[in-house]
Design a protein around this ligand. Structure first.
Ligand code: NOJ
Length: 511
């Protein structure tokens, strides 16, 4: 869905394709036991999307609260959402019944350190301690992100947040609190969730928090500069990430024995035609979506094409910065949903007022085929090819698929067979990649519950459980996809098409 939005000007829905992708058949018959024993299967949610209790116990607003209460959003917000702040024990029970081995959560910086820096909120600390303890009590590994689109608004107001280098010190100090307080139980840390989309969506297109962009991109943004800010923010994120990783590796890792990684949004991309221009455009798009932030972490600098097209608009690394950024990750976190086809679009490059999107100079073609409206086409081979690419280009680093799942309109149906089929197909493709040597170590379905969605609030959902927002207890209902994942986690080999939800569950839902 994010991929859809990111190419606002050039979105084409093509029913027929000029190029047939490389055929990779996803494993169809498999069980949990086909994966290595230390591979983890989980699911996830993020703080602002899940917790609610936005004004409770000392929490202050984040940039996501501000964004979702502004005209930029669609009138829905995370004030209450799934009320995870009060209902996490009930949800962890569901996770345990499901057989989840790991859960990916994020910490709300504004709940833990309400001013962004300085004193720790004891009630925030207690909440995350309780949450983590409850997961561990149920044998579920916590995987924690420190920033999931939700910088404390206090720091945005004070120095424009990620645009300023001041963020590096404050982010590191916040991470220090997290490592000190939770690191004896949390072994998997991600500094920034889908950093590329945060920079693009938040500072080029202005469609996600903090909603900044140039007036030439949209009149709705109240400030911003789409030509420069995405690159500055990307740079500051890398500096903050690497300073934090340095701290973790020097002070905590030897004792706590955990891992620290970085996450990006990774749709896969293939040429629309065999024409040389489209093939080169695809390489360029991959350099922008993946290489922009991953090359510095693996090789110490941005891809040549990104530097060439952005010129002086992208900050240059000093020698010391490059050294610090390089090799600062133990794993790459991948958020993967779908695959797009790429066409060359050279008309962008002569423009004076270019942004990241124009620098990339491509047209994305999103093949929907007969996919029902509001859903992703099921293209599991894209995940296989993406994992192969990471293996070959970056020397087979450890990878966690942090997000993968099907979006559907939030219409209350529990019979989400398209989500069950999607999961079955993508996990099969993941198995192919692992069998072919990919160092992927874990997979998290996005998401456990239908909570607040990043782009459209409560209009769509990714959940394996439906949450009835009209019920005062926000009752959770297992969907067919949840039943399929439960079966998979318990070692069964079930074709999603053979599953039905028990009548009592459905009648409970229909009330
Ligand atoms: C990206 C984000 O990490 C998450 O917050 C969002 O809900 C999903 N992907 C789906 O859009």
């Amino acid at each position: 869905m994010i991929g859809l939005c990111f190419h606002r000007l050039f979105l084409v829905l093509a029913a027929a394709l000029a190029v047939v992708p490389v055929a990779v058949l996803a494993a169809d018959q498999y069980t949990r036991a086909d994966f290595p024993v230390d591979f983890v299967f989980g699911s996830g949610l993020s703080a602002y999307q899940y917790e609610g209790a936005a004004f409770k116990d000392g929490r202050t607003p984040s940039i996501w609260d501000t964004f979702s209460h502004s005209d930029r959003a669609n009138g829905t917000n995370g004030d209450i959402t799934c009320d995870g702040y009060h209902k996490y024990k009930e949800d962890i029970k569901l996770m345990s019944e499901m057989g989840l081995e790991a859960f990916r959560l994020s910490i709300s910086w504004a709940r833990l350190i309400p001013d962004g820096r300085g004193s720790v909120n004891p009630l925030g600390l207690q909440f995350y301690n309780n949450f983590i303890d409850e997961l561990i009590r149920h044998g579920i590994q916590p995987h924690v992100s420190l920033h999931h689109h939700d910088l404390p608004q206090a720091l945005e107001d004070e120095y424009e947040g990620w645009i300023s280098r001041k963020i590096v010190k404050d982010f590191t100090a916040y991470a220090d609190v997290c490592f000190r307080e939770f690191g004896n139980r949390v072994l998997y840390w991600t500094t920034v969730n889908e950093a590329n989309i945060f920079a693009l969506g938040g500072y080029d297109l202005g469609i996600i928090p903090p909603g900044r962009c140039s007036s030439s991109v949209s009149n709705a943004c109240s400030g911003g500069n789409s030509s420069t800010e995405p690159y500055i923010v990307g740079h500051n994120i890398l500096l903050a990430h690497s300073a934090t990783a340095k701290l973790y590796k020097k002070t905590y890792q030897v004792i706590q024995k955990g891992y620290i990684g970085f996450s990006i949004y990774n749709m896969w991309m293939v040429p629309y035609t065999n024409a040389k221009e489209d093939v080169t455009a695809t390489e360029r798009a991959i350099d922008y979506y993946i290489g922009w932030l991953i090359n510095p972490l693996m090789f110490g600098d941005y891809p040549e094409i990104v530097k060439k097209n952005a010129g002086t608009r992208i900050p240059a690394f000093t020698e010391d910065e490059s050294k610090q950024v390089k090799d600062s990750i133990d794993f790459i976190g991948v958020n993967h949903y779908t695959t797009n086809f790429v066409k060359d679009n050279p008309s962008y490059l002569p423009m004076d007022n270019r942004d990241f999107d124009a620098d990339m100079a491509i047209q994305l073609i999103y093949e929907k085929g007969d996919t029902p409206p509001g859903q992703f086409p099921i293209m599991p081979w894209g995940l296989y090819e993406l994992l192969e690419y990471l293996k070959q280009v970056y020397g087979n680093p450890a990878v966690y698929v942090h997000e993968n799942g099907q979006v559907t309109p939030r219409n209350g149906t529990l019979e989400d067979s398209s989500r069950a089929e999607y999961l079955h197909a993508y996990i099969g493709s993941l198995l192919d990649a692992v069998r072919n040597g990919s160092n992927t170590k874990g997979y998290f379905v996005w998401s456990l519950l239908d909570c607040l969605e990043l782009l459209n609030g409560f209009e769509s959902g990714f959940g394996m459980y439906y949450v009835d927002l009209n019920d005062k207890d926000l009752k959770r209902y297992e969907k067919l996809s949840g039943l399929w994942y439960t079966n998979f986690l318990k070692g069964n080999n079930v074709n999603p098409l053979d599953l039905t939800l028990a009548g009592d569950k459905l009648s409970g839902f229909l009330r």
